[in-house]
Ligand binder design. Structure first.
Ligand code: G3P
Ligand code: MG
Length: 246
């Protein structure tokens, strides 16, 4: 099975981590997307890659000083193009509704690098509650660069499929120890510098392998020929239906 994950939604055609970018998956018969989540001051869980508003909205400053009602005043679309002016930062609850409505599956990446341990615990509990709202048949993977968060989430929700994210320079000899400690079923390594030998090793240990972020078709073909299970790409619209999971 070769899975194409729309990275932050179809982020080459619409503003990343918005409902519009995720809904665009349906135009290209892409059933899986990736998004990043974080938590606001009032415990609302929202979609955002960054911990500040600076790059992807018309505002600046930290996310963590915001509450749910502040989201109605923030434009998360016009930085990308006029067409998306007025787009909102979505909540996780809104995302779950969209997934059920359009029968989409998600890789949800937990960020939360900049919040307290207590806020992280509330984020994990909120994520667990949100996943209970998914319809039967909807699939998800929970990923993070932070193994401690993943291990805690696995304790909270043992049935959750979990993925350890690795940057190339953190993929040291102890990767397997981390995977076992977390109880992860998936390894998500960085594309840059990833070798055939590494992929063979991951597969020989029985892990599913999804690689981020792969935008060139030749590289995607190479990775799939090496036995990789999926890729995260900003350009899912460029991948023909032969790759897409039905
Ligand atoms: O989940 C894959 C990828 O999104 C990880 O890196 O920085 O794009 O969240 P980043
Ligand atoms: Mg991500």
């Amino acid at each position: 099975m070769r899975t194409i994950f729309a990275h932050r939604g179809v982020s080459s055609l619409a503003p990343e981590n918005t409902l519009s970018a995720i809904k665009l998956c349906t135009d290209y018969q892409v059933r899986w997307f990736e998004c990043d989540i974080d938590i606001l001051q009032d415990d609302t869980i929202i979609l955002s890659h960054d911990s500040t508003l600076d790059r992807c909205t018309n505002r600046s400053g930290s996310l963590f000083e915001l509450n749910r009602q502040d989201l109605d005043q923030i434009d998360a679309g016009s930085w990308f193009s006029d067409e998306y002016r007025g787009e909102r930062i979505p909540t996780l609850s809104q995302l779950i509704v969209l997934m059920n409505q359009y029968q989409l599956n998600a890789n949800i990446e937990i960020k939360s690098g900049d919040v307290s341990a207590e806020a992280c615990r509330r984020l994990l509990a909120g994520l667990d509650r949100a996943l209970n709202q998914l319809d039967d048949g909807r699939e998800y993977i929970i990923s993070s660069f932070n193994p401690t968060l993943l291990a805690e989430f696995k304790r909270l929700r043992p049935q959750a499929p979990v993925a350890c994210l690795f940057e190339n320079h953190t993929l040291n000899d102890d990767w397997h120890v981390i995977m076992e400690w977390v109880g992860a079923e998936y390894i998500h390594p960085q594309n840059e510098g990833l070798t055939h030998q590494q992929v063979q090793l991951f597969k020989s240990k029985g892990y599913q392998v999804n690689v981020w972020t792969v935008n060139a078709k030749d590289r995607a073909n190479q990775l799939f020929n090496w036995g990789v299970d999926g890729i995260f790409t900003d350009f899912p619209q460029n991948f023909s239906s032969q790759y897409r999971e039905e």
